[in-house]
Design a protein. Structure first.
Length: 76
C-alpha cells in the first residue's frame, strides 16, 4: 500500500461512523460495474449497523483462520 493510501485510510478512520459509511458506499460504487453493487452495499451497511448495535459480535480474523485450518485438517 502506498503512503498516500495509508494517509487516506488514517483520515477516513477519523471520520464519524455515518461519514465512513458514505465513503465506503462511494468507494464500492467506483469498483462495481454489475447489478450486484446495490445489494452488496446494502448488506455491508446492514452488517455494520448490526455490529455497531451489538446485535452481531465480530470474530477476529485470527480465530476465523484457525477454525478454517482446523476444519481443513479434519477433512484431510
Amino acid at each position: 500500500m502506498t503512503e498516500r493510501a495509508r494517509e487516506i485510510i488514517t483520515l477516513a478512520l477519523a471520520l464519524e461512523v455515518s461519514e465512513r459509511r458514505e465513503v465506503i458506499t462511494e468507494l464500492m460504487a467506483s469498483l462495481e460495474d454489475d447489478g450486484l453493487h446495490a445489494e452488496w452495499s446494502e448488506e455491508i451497511l446492514r452488517r455494520l449497523r448490526d455490529v455497531e448495535a451489538g446485535v452481531e459480535v465480530p470474530v477476529p480474523w485470527s480465530r476465523v483462520r484457525e477454525g478454517l485450518l482446523d476444519k481443513s485438517r479434519r477433512v484431510s
